[in-house]
Design a protein around this ligand. Sequence first.
Ligand code: BMA
Length: 826
Amino acid sequence: MTARRLLHENWSLRAVPGPQLPGPQLPGSLPEQPVPATVPGCVHTDLLAARLIPDPYLDDNELALAWIGRTDWVYETTFDWDGTLAERVDLSCAGLDTVATVTLNGVEVGRTANMHRSYRFDVRSALRPGENTLRVRFDSAYGYAEGLRDVIGDRPNAYPEPFAFIRKMACNFGWDWGPTLVTAGIWQPIALETWAVARLAEVRPQVTVVDGTGRVGVRVRVERAADAPLTVDATVAGVRAEVVIPAGETVATLELIVPDPELWWPRGYGDQPRYPLDVTLRDADGQPLDTWQRRIGFRGVLLDTGEDEHGSAFTIVVNNMPIVVRGVNWIPDDVFVTRVTRDRLATRFTQAAEANVNLLRVWGGGLYETEDFYDLADEMGFLVQQDFPFACAAYPEEEPFASEVEAEAREQVVRLASHPSLVLWTGNNENIWGWHDWGWQEALGDRTWGAGYYFELLPAIVAELDPGTPYWPGSPWSGRHDLHPNDPTHGSMHIWDVWNQVDYTHYRDYRPRFVAEFGFQAPPTYSTLRRALSDEPLAPDSPGMAHHQKAGGGDEKLRRGLDAHLPAPVDFDDWHYLTQLNQARAIALGVEHFRSLRPICMGTIVWQLNDCWPVTSWAAVDGDGRRKPLWYALRRAYADRLLTVQPADDGLNVVAVNDGPAAWRSSVTVTRLTLGGEPAAKTTIDLDVAPHSAETVPLPADVVLTDQPLHELLLLEALGTGERAFWFFAEDRDIPYPTAGFDTVVESEQVASGHVTRVRVTARTILRDLVLAADRLDPTAEVDEALVTLLPGESATFTVHSAGALDASALVSRPVLRCVNDRTGA
Ligand code: BMA
């Protein structure tokens, strides 16, 4: 049997002396003294653990650590080998970041230059009985990328870094939400594998369902050490198949027919049954040589891009059911990706699930994620859109780059193909748009830019290796060369004029088929800021805040967004609350509008779920994993049942969107109220919304028109089912809200995990978008609700879980408990 021995012990790390080293300011005794290293891991986390560098995420430490990415590094370990004779001994490297030379006992066994591939080196001739020394030297990723750039010519790029010249996670070179911390290291397991006769080099299940019958085609490729006949067997759902691989041959295909499998459904549409698929390779005597296991799911997926009277669709169809995508964009959850454990992914995925998200888009500036990522997505029923890792740049198609792209894509498509969650491959992030609109064509001249990958190579690889999963050349892409790549009426689009240039109400100008990106910034939670920044006092433009804002003109765009809607902030606490509120409002407005367009628009993917460090960004969950107010707004806007008021040409409509599995029958009361809560007009509307549909009802003018726009509002309430929607006739900055008046009751109890505190707020005046920022009192505190609007007499209870007991009076005072009409300075 193939035996695997992890080589994760005894590693050390040292810098290769060179001019880039910081010299006297380098702390400790680097580079002479090796420091202990963790594998899998990277240079930054090792230096941090050895206390040789400060935490790169705090203040502006990033700047002082730039030398690390320009330095060459050597990882080294020793291990004993008992000299056991095996036919074959391989060093298997599941992931090296990135430009590596691997030597065993001084003998070079391999070189790599692609973070997105795995490698296997035959080490028999270098291995010796007793002690062995394994060394992995990483050359600076900068040196490699800039070297290639100099040879084949520069290309246009959204960021002034050479990430397009190396197959390495692009955002590692910095992004408009990420620091420039260029890593090196052994980022995936490294092991010695011994085997004889043959091993499973590749197992590629292709799962289809036709008329309720499941078919699993398993294509197997073996690597041989001996030219003997072999057998492969596969079992799934009690069905078994076996095939002989005659001497001299290396590939075989098995077919398993599963008569009536339970189908795998996206979350919200059904369950996620999975079936273990076991593959065993045996020698001529039936003795097992190698095994492979994966849990597969039976589902069919297609991308409906049919033309219709609105343009052409972009609808993901799973098991013949058109899915309304309620998605979020996913970026690497940490710059140092080996810190992203399965537990951490599970936490983040749970946050997405609780926000009613059903799709994660793995964005092209990041990675092909880890097995844990796709396994959890399968388990939890998320759909996954996987970009090939190309983003915001023109990419070269010259060698050796092109061969790296092909090898990587083949490996990753085979690895990911059998995950039922994976429903869409996309060729890149914004590169076709960039080529079209961002002045690249003039800059490029006759240089390559990646078109060959997106329009030829990658679709051919997906068609060959994962024919059951749709491919789309880019995010965004309109589907036709004669149209603009970001055409709203055809295919997928990204909306970025909102945020960059215009107010968020302009989301309503679009009637898109599918919005794969749109976003609005806000700072992280207060406790995250306080952990990361030593600014005293914190101010929107204090040094740490400024360093942790990476977007061009970001602060100005935040201010423009605020000016249009909210009262001017008086101090930092105001600014922090109001910018977070504005982010939540912007995205909720976008999502509600796009969902109200169903079935013209069949999906939204909010930019972005998560962060990779503490930063002001578009994220709903900040770099320390805390939920921003946007998260709570998203939970509401992405709920199965959405009640929303939408402006129409000559008045207002209510749209009831039902993406749940049951009909939604309810009476909706529509009340025009004064700010003081007195009803001025009222009507009732009966709703009967079939599952997976939306109903639009014009609201009667006599109820919903007002000559008191500053003093009145609309409240819609679905009786029995409880959904609510507000409509304000003016912007909050202009509305004369009364000073907030409320009563509170605080109760707390100690539980095994800490403290549970319930804060009941009863409004004496209208309270607009009440937030309880309990993390200001205890960084462990988590609250179950945010952005609650109460009318006079109404109550809401916020439940807080925290490690320590919370100060009851601080909990119910500014700046912890606050709303729009309760500004610090007001
Ligand atoms: C798009 C994304 C990211 C970027 C975001 C915000 O370009 O694809 O590259 O972070 O907008 O600017």
